[in-house]
Design a protein around this ligand. Sequence first.
Ligand SMILES: [Zn+2]
Ligand SMILES: [Zn+2]
Ligand SMILES: [Zn+2]
Length: 85
Amino acid sequence: MPGECNHLELAQNVGPKTEGCEECLKEGESWVQLRMCLICGRVGCCDSSWGRHATKHFEETGHPIMRSIEPGHNWTWCYIDKAYL
Ligand SMILES: [Zn+2]
Ligand SMILES: [Zn+2]
Ligand SMILES: [Zn+2]
């Protein structure tokens, strides 16, 4: 299986820390879609949003696993393997 990921072991039993993208809320900005870091519960916006805060969170913290928290979405993304899990 290509991109087999062993980073899911890092995931914690966390829930979203904020109702929206934490950075965007601070700035009073809006976002397109939300992602949640499965390691610390940080909520960030997707790469279609102006802030791309989910990706920035990975770059700043090295937390590689995030999940879409959009209704109807049921996927997790690993930044290191660049793969859906
Ligand atoms: Zn991985
Ligand atoms: Zn954002
Ligand atoms: Zn995190």
